[in-house]
Design a protein around this ligand. Structure first.
Ligand SMILES: O=C1C=CC(S(=O)(=O)O)=CC1(O)O
Ligand SMILES: [Fe+2]
Length: 346
């Protein structure tokens, strides 16, 4: 029997995070990160960045405990929502067809619990709102332009990569050695990724990333956090990634959700775009300048909910990048640490 074609995914479009204090979250995402409020209710905020004309790219919903409630991809038309329903019903995962307005501003959609354990949505129709690209009268120094990607923690990166390749995603970069594939970056839009797969206990969300136009926007967020004496919300960076080449900063929100600010990765749109394969022992892979990758960045993530809103149990990761190479700080494998010598010290 002919296999059923996957839906034509355009890009990672929005995420829904559960936050425990909506006012604190509003302060962080609106007053500090500069996202724009498209709509707000007693228990939810619908936010977008300055280049975005679709209703939102982030929903913050008040709840008991911090969690990821949904990762949502936009597809190329309503017929692709139908294709998603057929494809995933054939795949045998849990599928829900939800009516327009289930999420404010989003049309009819299909929601699944994907094979990796994540709550995923596919939609096309949505409410258009003012695109603020040239509203320089509104933009702060640290303005963000758009949602760029999701990064998820999963215990079996090879299986996850194969699943996303079958969905038509291209592989832009990997981190690997002879024994393991530790991480992979996959795309549908013509940049480095819409989804990154990070080796670790999962399913958990590692981070959501917003793109800025230039490094100065990101440095302005660093300055703002310092001025507010909230520099402790900076987890990693600023720095230059090896993978993706992007300039980056990772911050933790009041519920400890991880947000990356990200700029200047590269075009991946030609059909023969080559995959960049990093050796896990290359200390430039995670930070091109050799800055340390802090332990929390490898180990911490956000709980994921199923379609009934219940937290998913975690599977344990077989391999661990951190055990092989802590990352750009040059710590080498365990025996180097055992002798008290740093892998990169002469
Ligand atoms: O977006 C990203 C691009 C590169 C990296 S890495 O730390 O350079 O591997 C991490 C990341 O997945 O957040
Ligand atoms: Fe990222």
């Amino acid at each position: 029997m002919a296999s059923i074609a996957p839906p034509d995914v355009i890009r990672s479009a929005y995420a829904e995070l559960v936050v425990t204090d909506l006012a604190a979250a509003r302060w962080f995402y609106v007053d500090v990160l500069g996202l724009v409020v498209t709509a707000e209710t007693d228990d939810a905020l619908y936010l977008r960045a300055y280049e975005e004309y679709t209703h939102h790219s982030l929903v913050l919903r008040l709840g008991e405990a911090p969690a990821l409630a949904l990762l949502s991809y936009r597809v190329r038309g309503l017929q692709e929502v139908d294709a998603a329903e057929a494809y995933f019903r054939d795949l045998g995962v849990r599928v829900q067809r939800v009516p327009a307005g289930t999420t404010l501003g989003i049309g009819e959609a299909v929601r699944i619990e994907d094979p990796l354990g994540f709550p995923i949505e596919f939609f096309y129709d949505c409410t258009h709102v003012e695109r603020l690209t040239q509203r320089y009268d509104l933009q702060p120094a640290n303005a963000l332009s758009r949602l760029d990607h999701f990064n998820v923690l999963t215990p079996d990166v090879p299986a996850a990569e194969a699943y996303y390749r079958k969905l038509g995603f291209g592989v832009s970069e990997t981190i690997e050695d002879a024994d393991n594939l530790y991480a992979a970056w996959l795309f549908r839009k013509q940049t480095v990724h819409d989804i990154a797969l990070t080796n670790g206990d999962g399913p958990r969300l590692h981070h959501l990333a917003f793109a800025a136009h230039e490094r100065g926007n990101i440095l302005s967020t660093c300055d703002l956090l310092g001025a507010l004496n909230k520099q402790g919300m900076i987890e990693r960076g600023p720095g230059r990634h090896g993978v993706s080449n992007a300039f980056y900063l990772y911050v933790r929100d009041p519920d400890n959700h991880r947000i990356e600010l990200y700029t200047t990765d590269y075009y991946t749109g030609d059909p023969d775009n080559p995959t960049v394969r990093w050796d896990v022992h290359d200390d430039r892979r995670r930070d091109f300048w050799g800055n340390p990758v802090v332990h929390s960045w490898y180990s911490e993530g956000t709980v994921v909910l199923d379609l009934d809103g219940k937290p998913r149990a975690l599977g344990s990761a077989a391999a661990s990048e951190e055990k092989v190479r802590v990352g750009a700080d040059g710590f080498s494998v365990a025996e180097d640490l055992g002798e008290g010598k740093l892998g990169n010290q002469v």
